[in-house]
Design a protein around this ligand. Structure first.
Ligand SMILES: [Zn+2]
Length: 388
């Protein structure tokens, strides 16, 4: 285990190669971003249209997701994330980092999904301890007409616990992956330094850390405070809407922080003007009416496939099994519910145990059928009722 930790330390400080520079630019750099979409797939046609709209104005456009895209809805659960990847590829994502829920279909499936993904996965802190190396690129520099922007991706170190710890362990129960929790901020600083040394004019952190300091001790606010050299943090995980927040780095400089909320409530736009002015804009997705026809077609086609699957009746309930109360507030995860009892009974009967526990599940109105049997038998799918 000590050897594994040593390997992790080596891998966490590994370096990558620089990009080349070119002429001075005269157009804006526009970075369109989202986080925690959680299978709210209807937004993808809109964010693709937003990317195209910006591309008509400047050649320097990049589309980014800060994680939690393959889980949280029926299309993700039914395809183990595959359909979401198909839609994101159609939408033209350039970079993503991994949210804690990207791990919910276990590591072999994560590898398949990320290999199918057209976007480059950036995740500086996920180490395969057996292989002794990072699983994904830590960072990459994009040269926008002479202005170099480094993107550094990072996942929350709590992903192992918020997913299923056994996914990351060997048969002896030892962790065979690391998320570098012990060295997190120093590790991140090393990558910022690397990027700056390779000529980065700006450093954009793409993180799935969250800004809830009371919930996650390693969080994006601390990342800003304990490092120097990050210009912008595009964050996810806590599902908070933050159009713009100014944080202070270790060296006293300002770090811009933003998060789009969740479920495609908003789309974010970071602009770096030719003179170097950084601005953040939050666009409510419902108010944005343009859609990319091709992405809409791909999305609707997959929804039709799912609708055929969902039409199969697998059972019914004579009583209502609500996930939310009359005011729309979550009942699940906040106390005992009929739905939770039903799921726990199903676990108990299926597994033949004396005691069973259900953390949360999806609603199933009386008399209506559902194919989401997985939501009653796996933690990852069950958490879809209130993903975070
Ligand atoms: Zn989330």
């Amino acid at each position: 285990m000590i050897a594994m930790v040593a390997l992790a330390a080596i891998a966490c400080s590994r370096r990558t190669t620089p990009a080349s520079s070119s002429d001075r630019r005269t157009d804006d750099i526009v970075i369109v971003y989202d986080n925690d979409v959680h299978c709210s797939v209807d937004g993808y046609a809109k964010i693709a249209a937003l990317k195209a709209e910006k591309q008509a104005l400047t050649p320097y456009v990049t589309l980014i997701s800060a994680g939690d895209f393959v889980q949280g809805g029926s299309l993700g659960a039914a395809s183990k994330g595959g359909w979401i990847v198909t839609i994101m590829n159609a939408a033209g994502y350039d970079y993503v980092t991994l949210g804690n829920h990207e791990f919910d279909y276990a590591m072999p499936r994560l590898k398949e999904l990320t290999s199918d993904l057209s976007a480059t996965v950036l995740c500086c802190n996920l180490i395969d301890l057996t292989a002794g190396k990072r699983m994904y690129k830590a960072w990459e520099i994009v040269d926008y007409g002479g202005t170099k922007v480094a993107f550094i991706g990072a996942a929350t170190p709590y992903s192992f616990n918020s997913s299923t710890p056994a996914f990351f362990q060997n048969e002896a129960g030892e962790y065979i992956y690391s998320l570098c929790a012990e060295t997190y901020y120093d590790m991140f600083q090393n990558y910022v330094n690397d990027a700056r040394n390779q000529g980065a004019d700006y450093v954009v952190a793409i993180t799935h850390l969250g800004d809830d300091v009371d919930i996650d001790p390693i969080n994006s606010q601390e990342l800003a405070r304990q490092t120097s050299g990050i210009d912008v943090i595009l964050d996810g995980h806590s599902h908070n809407l933050v159009p713009e927040r100014k944080l202070t780095a270790k060296d006293g400089k300002t770090v811009l922080y933003t998060q789009t909320g969740a479920h495609f409530d908003n789309m974010g736009v970071l602009t770096i003007s030719p003179k170097g002015k950084l601005t953040l804009q939050m666009i409510p997705t419902a108010e944005y009416t343009k859609e990319d026809a091709r992405v809409r077609f791909v999305t609707d086609s997959l929804k039709q496939v799912y609708a055929a699957m969902g039409a199969r009746k697998i059972g019914s309930s004579e009583v209502t099994l609500p996930a939310k109360d009359a005011d729309g507030d979550w009942l699940v995860r906040n106390g005992e519910t009929a739905l939770g009892d039903f799921c726990a009974d199903a676990f108990r009967e299926e597994l033949g145990t004396d005691i069973a526990e259900a953390r949360s599940a999806r609603t199933c109105p009386p008399g209506k059928s559902t194919t989401t049997t997985s939501s009653m038998s796996s933690r990852s799918a069950a958490s879809a009722a209130s993903p975070r």
